[in-house]
Write a protein that binds this ligand. Structure first.
Ligand code: ZN
Length: 421
């Protein structure tokens, strides 16, 4: 198959696959599906596949295998961050962003992709980028030009005129609109088709206002039910998954009813929305670390005063909503919105997920098997199982006892290639 034929379920294997056998010996490995700890643990990797997982069995090693000693460490599957903006920088917000071209953003993305991979995130969903810079970055990683995670890329996010996914910084004389702006059911379908034409392998749209956009009400719905249904129907027809940015209750419900695969942020959620998500199997992707960075560093980075004001109202509510959703048993994935805060710090969210209601195992599942399942990639990624692709990380100690160790990933393998040791 031509690797440039994109489908949501297609996995992108680097062109430079190493014919190499590795034996990873560690104190333990976490089976994120069963929650069991395998201890001691040996994982054998041949080419880019896991060929055995279990207790150490030295006889089984091929002679030319490279043995990597990871004693004192725990092995985990490569992590997923389901909400990043690799081509955005945390210190460039508000009006500063008007000076960033798409080529400049793509170059920034090269650095951010490497930082993300080094933090143990071997797969990401890039939820929105101007000028298809995320598609260029994804393809450069696949071609082996630069190193980074597997990028599932949305291209420009869809949004209404004047909405959260439009650019509202300038007056009407400047006639500035974001590329993803489309109004009406057929216009949004056309925009989905356009994004697919230029290489998007998932779709992102803005269902409600947001924190960082100028002049939008964070809780107010933007796309109508009819438009959201049109977007999702068109994307699903073409085999792509859909992520909806939604803070306000009505927008969250309309997005779930439209059939989106995940709702992002989910700040003002009520019991009815939680029940709807459970009935439909919708995933929530809640960026609950982000608020600390926005309120701490945001002003220096150029975040508008009105956005800081909005964040003060949203942050605490979102964390309470997270607790409620976890308790109710909604499907959860790990989504950080990195790009708003510095890439590479993605892992800081784990401890907040535990603080606000998850068990350590649930937080790890959100960033592994749940995310792989959302992307329909769970037969090849998301857990340490024989036959899956060799995306493997190691952390010091045991994250089931102390989740903060996830902030310091010391070993990263992607596609059977050692990326960090
Ligand atoms: Zn975002």
């Amino acid at each position: 198959m031509n690797k440039k034929i994109w489908m949501s379920t297609a996995l992108f294997v680097s062109s430079s696959v190493y014919a190499q056998t590795y034996v990873l010996n560690a104190d333990s490995a976490i089976d994120v599906v069963s929650g069991k700890l395998i201890s001691p643990a040996t994982v054998v990797v041949e080419d880019n596949k896991i060929i055995s997982v279990g207790k150490s069995n030295r006889k089984a090693y091929p002679k030319d295998a490279e043995v990597i000693d990871l004693s004192g460490h725990t092995l985990l599957p490569g992590l997923f961050d389901m909400h990043v903006h690799l081509t955005s920088d945390a210190h460039v917000h508000g009006y500063k962003r008007l000076q960033r071209t798409a080529p400049r953003a793509a170059i920034t993305g090269v650095r951010n992709a490497k930082r993300t991979l080094d933090a143990g995130f071997t797969s990401v969903r890039n939820l929105g980028a101007a000028g298809y810079a995320d598609i260029a970055l994804r393809d450069a990683i696949i071609d082996g030009d630069v190193s980074g995670p597997r990028v599932n890329a949305a291209g420009p996010s869809l949004g209404i005129t004047g909405g959260h996914c439009d650019n509202n910084l300038l007056t009407h004389e400047h006639k500035v609109f974001s590329e993803g702006v489309a109004d009406g059911p057929w216009a949004v379908r056309q925009k989905v088709r356009e994004n697919i034409k230029y290489g998007a392998n998932l779709i992102k749209f803005c269902a409600t206002g947001g924190v960082l956009s100028k002049g939008t009400k964070v809780g107010a719905q933007q796309y109508s039910q009819e438009e959201m249904t049109a977007i999702v129907t068109e994307a699903h027809l073409r085999g792509l998954t859909v992520a909806a940015h939604a803070h306000g209750t009505d927008g969250i419900k309309s997005a779930i009813k439209a059939g989106v695969n995940s709702v992002e942020h989910v700040s003002f959620v009520d019991d009815e929305a939680i029940q709807l998500a459970k009935d439909k199997g919708t995933y929530f992707s809640m960026d609950i670390y982000n608020t600390e960075y926005i309120l701490g560093e945001g002003e220096k980075a150029g975040i508008l005063p009105e956005s800081l004001d909005k964040e003060r109202k949203v942050g605490a509510t979102q964390r309470a909503s997270f607790t409620k959703a976890v308790k109710a048993g909604v499907n959860m994935v790990f989504g950080s919105d990195a790009g708003v805060y510095p890439h590479g710090d993605n892992g800081k969210q784990f401890s907040r997920m535990v603080k606000f209601g998850m068990t350590e195992l649930q937080a790890l599942q959100a960033a592994t098997i749940n995310s792989a399942t959302l992307l329909k990639q769970n037969t090849q990624l998301g857990s340490l199982e024989v036959g899956k692709l060799a995306d493997i990380i190691a952390v010091k100690g045991n994250p089931l006892k102390d989740i903060s160790v996830m902030e310091n990933v010391i070993f990263v393998m992607k596609d059977g290639k050692v990326e960090k040791q």
